[in-house]
Design a protein around this ligand. Sequence first.
Ligand code: NAP
Length: 285
Amino acid sequence: MNHIKGTTSLSGLIGYPVKHSKSPQMHNTAFEALGLDYVYLAFEVQEGNLKKAVEAMKTLNAIGFNVTMPYKTKVLEYLDDISEEARIIGSVNTVKNENGRLIGYNTDGIGFIKSLEEKGVNYVGEKIVIVGAGGAARAIATQLAFDGVAEIVLFNRTLSKAEEIVKSINMNISTCRSRALGMDESVLRKEIEDAAILINCTSIGMWPEIDKSIISSPEILHKDLFIADIIYEPNKTKLLKFAEKAGCKYMNGLMMVIWQGALAFKIWTGKDMPVDLIKKAVFEK
Ligand code: NAP
């Protein structure tokens, strides 16, 4: 951080907790690599202080900032404008300061799609099955619908949460049909028969509960199905081990987290984040 000078501009992360976040390392490494005069800090903001924190970023002339849990939805109230995707997703993870106007974006879904495209997986016109209906599922499902997926089936333990996402997609994106179902492995098995991609958007299988999976055996998978698990700790979840056994192609959530950061970086700086460098320097160390 010895590049900080009187001219250095601020960016950062607002959330609670944030001390575990890899975003400061990602962005500062990228700023340094590209010789950009910016710094990125993580700010732990207590409940009730969000408005003040957002105003402070504006007052301090920050170039922009990321927003994480638990403020991704609440922050909408304090922004001047939001992208159409972020409005339908209902949450913002990236804010750009455009001459004192704060504009909100959501890069989680696009980050997931970039990681899918890197793997050469086609999703346009396809049927996609998603398990989970939390914040990440909502961003991914909405973005996939925007970007040309024909059909999305959402499974979730709490059916009403999946129904809410489906309602929003069906209301706003006429080119995609979407359905919600409760968690049931035999129904899931039927739905993935003609699907191209199965995505785990739950926290099932995440460290330390690495012996858990959204499915009980590899038998229900077929080898033409691409399996995406957005978890990246561990880097091969039990679901991905099942995918390997079933002969499926698969990916974890590492490139999604890098791409959501890279897209925020581009929004603030107009420059491409050196993603290979970030992967090596921040995540594979
Ligand atoms: P969230 O909003 O809290 O949603 C959690 C989801 O997991 C809900 O659908 C929840 O179901 C389901 N779930 C949790 N425990 C379950 C259990 N025991 N049985 C059945 N369902 C269960 O979280 P999120 O932000 O969407 O994140 C979800 C996962 O994605 C996390 O592991 C997170 O680390 C990962 N993630 C990765 C990236 C990336 O960039 N790679 C980005 C964001 C998130 P209910 O609705 O029934 O509670």
